[in-house]
Design a protein around this ligand. Sequence first.
Ligand SMILES: *Cc1c(COP(=O)(O)O)cnc(C)c1O
Length: 469
Amino acid sequence: MGKDRIFAEPFRIKVVEPIKMSTQQERWGNMKDAGYNTFLLKSKDVYIDLLTDSGTSAMSDNQWSGIMIGDEAYAGSENWFALEDAVRDIYGFKYITPTHQGRGAENILSTIMINPGDYVPGNMYFTTTRFHQEKNGATFVDIIIDQAHNSEAEDPFKGNVDLQKLRDLIDRVGAEKIPYVSLAVTVNMAGGQPVSMKNMREVKELCTQHKIPVMYDATRCVENAYFIQQREAGYAAKSVREILKEMFSYADGCTMSGKKDCLVNIGGFLAMNSEELYQKATELVVVYEGMPSYGGMAGRDMEAMARGIYEMVDDAYIKYRISQVQYLGQKLIEAGIPIVRPVGGHAVFLDARRFLEHIPQEQFPAQALAAAIYADGGVRTMERGIVSAGRDKNTGENHQPKLELVRVTIPRRVYTLSHMDVVAECIKNVYTNRQKIKGLKFVYEAPQLRFFTARFKPIVPWEEWEGTV
Ligand SMILES: *Cc1c(COP(=O)(O)O)cnc(C)c1O
């Protein structure tokens, strides 16, 4: 974004999807019906949907035309070869196993690499990633730098690994107990924070000394590459595509959710350089996903993803993408709203601890804040705090993450800057009325990934207020 010039979307709109504003009264009722859980709202009742950037991207005319040339053969589809070529070209890995989405790849990777009793170090956890690691008998160990857990620390690469933490783990349990290092680029749970190229290089060097593979969670790798271009010395003149290639040169493989950076609504893959690992992945993909030449995707889905992979590395696109998120973040900062700094790649994260200082963490402040934002303006966001963190698998106690956040996630190419203005206005109105929001308690809690389906009710009734739309 030029310093003093207005920027706008680098596309024009060819197809529109109407969205409907509801009334205040309807929204307060909908929220109660949904048990104060934004995951349980109906999409038709949402005005601006910032629940997630997962599978919510708008496809281009080029991708839609790819949909029409889907080759729906059971085996050896043309679209599979297009996808395989695109992944090899842009990511640089030798072998690719398609999956229905990112967690399909995580399931296969964790099953083939982890033995019970292993330790998997990672730069902060992600819900489904950690679930699959633990399901296969591993203990997850957080090796992210300490600043990542502090929402106010202004570090340009808050996703970085603390190498000393990794060395300590290797000393403590031995390299043979570490099947791989799981490195997320960017780190979703830390607020969409990037990892520097220098850190990726150092992690790889340390792991090579100990013969430990490094597997990336590459879900938002292009956003990470853009931050490297903008913030790391020596990369300003390089294209995002070149930066990505270098990033992956420090990895032995990756899992990918195509629903994020690849600009499609469904799809994913597991990629690696080891032929032996690929053989094992192939044995499992047929059990869980489908043939190794479609992995749970239709031919047309694979074509859309192959085309999305080239569009995601367009420098004008990715600059717009990140600038839109920064635009919303800047508006909130100017209004004095507590958010995670610096603003990340795919979302603005509200700091619910500081936003709702009167609600203790055991009363789910971030859950309550997300519910309030919906009731105020029909804007759907999600909790990323104590509810998402779940319970300790051994003690049954709630994990108590330092970060208690509400994620305001921007889908790719879907909303305009005017929508961002509406969202900022809504959050400001909730901030003004924050004392009226009270803590929540569980009515229903699932044993796993509880945040998707949990239901709550207020400990004391809320005082309702006039919303923004
Ligand atoms: C979304 C996501 C996943 C899981 O991918 P799905 O496609 O939703 O299964 C894994 N890691 C990160 C960082 C994600 O954001």
